[in-house]
Ligand binder design. Sequence first.
Ligand code: E4P
Length: 222
Amino acid sequence: MKIFLDSARLDEVRQAVDWGIINGVTTNPSHVKTAGGNPSEIYPEICRLVSGPVSIETIATDAEGILREGRALAAISDNVIVKVPVIREGIKAIGMLSAEGISTNATIAFTPLQALLAAKAGATYISPFLGRLDSAGQQGVELAKQIRTIYNNYGFKTQLLTAAIRHPDHVLQSALIGADACTMAFPILADLYNHHLTDQVLHQFLSDWEEVPKWKGGPYGD
Ligand code: E4P
């Protein structure tokens, strides 16, 4: 499963790249607002920092506008994925962008049928918003499972990218159902490394090592 960072903050992108763990980045208009800079500088810089796919969202709500914006965004860098909402005009635009060989991320998906339409239009990724569905009293993971089943049934190449991840268990469930990718905020990414027993046992090993005779000229630099 590919791991994407869901952020437009350059400090977070730099840190995650330094950890060597992320395969790409997803942005959205709210993330750019939070990042606080100008998208004309933020987007190219993220694309430079990250070698994998970088999703950048369109703002237009008509197919021609989305197509125009999508072409311009795709011109920023080879690794841009044009993010398009799964509204009727968006699905139409995904078909047009796809016909031009431009990769797309069909976003803000809340039903398996939206995902079916996005796949039929040739979307590269589908982004179901798990956490937001949970907040609405439904099961985000169930949606992701249904999309996985539909895509497997018909051999769609569209990649399942779970989004609006709220906790590490969403990441675990995504991996268990065979999501192709999962995008998460920086604190959740950081949390994936953690277990208190790991810290406890490591501390014990290091403290016991203090009692071991020094190995002069050995690999530990003693
Ligand atoms: C995905 O690509 C979106 O940017 C993101 O996951 C939206 O999540 P939110 O519900 O935290 O805004």
